[in-house]
Design a protein around this ligand. Sequence first.
Ligand code: FAD
Length: 309
Amino acid sequence: PFDVLVVGGGPAGAASAIYAARKGIATGVVAERFGGQVLDTMAIENFVSVPHTEGPKLAAALEQHVKDYDVDVMNLQKAARLIPAGADGLVGVKLENGATLSAKTVILSTGARWRSMNVPGEQEYRNKGVAYCPHCDGPLFKGKRVAVIGGGNSGVEAAIDLAGIVAHVTLIEFDSQLRADAVLQVKLRSLKNVDVLVSAQTTEVHGDGGKVVGLSYKDRKDGAVHRVDLEGIFVQIGLVPNTEWLKGTLALSPRGEIEVDAKGATSLPGVFAAGDCTTSPYKQIIIAMGDGAKAALSAFDHLIRLAPQ
Ligand code: FAD
């Protein structure tokens, strides 16, 4: 069995694997797609001490750093079920291919995915004006016009954040009212460069072949379709943790995030978690890496307290 088995090969999983392997213990990583969300990212400008990099470049560096150590990397393998420790104290991870791996400790780092609008143009112009992370991409739209799709807390927070950077923000909400906390709504409505549209359904992202130039939305009250000219669209309609396969085995928050304490421990003994799949706030590369390091050190702490075999 592994001493530490990491499920997920994004920034959190890579950091966990490196920290575990550096303790000289048997470490494995099973990942559906090594690199994770970083593979889908173009410019990364907030990875502290690296002023500019690109997603595929950072993903390759993550993989190389992990492979510098004696880590068993099982890429293109999807975990299907977590089996809590029985009398032998080993936690099982059943893969979709039918095999079951066992480990004294497991670190879950399966990340998350942004919910998309599923309208024409969205995929085509992803990273070319269609963005999902205001902390990451906000500064790229300095002085430009953007829309934020979604009037929940994350959408309204994004609109307030972006209003301080960009020229103009149009917030578009499908429902007849915003769902964000009242204090955020008051703040939003106090900003002069923000327009709020409710009962509005985004129907299409328009581009010029290279980048976004506008969007269309349908007024759900009268069915009329309107066009807004702009350079950026921030989609804020939900970040979904990749934890469907864990339902019923350990404590998840109402949003499906794995509940972790300050050390990355979950509700199951010997099982830790890190990164975007957890309740740890602010989904960022640097935070996922920090959480991954923490979870690995917690797993090591757990291992040295196990009774000698
Ligand atoms: P992920 O990166 O999501 O990795 C999850 C890993 O788990 C992957 O390897 C995946 O294949 C694997 N996995 C999932 N399910 C299973 C399963 N059942 N079995 C096995 N493996 C599984 N952050 C920044 O800090 N700066 C930026 O500029 C930035 N830009 C972004 C741009 C885009 C377009 C996106 C989508 C995100 C961006 N982010 C950025 C956010 C950042 O990418 C994430 O916060 C970070 O990747 C989270 O790391 P993670 O390891 O927790 O999860």
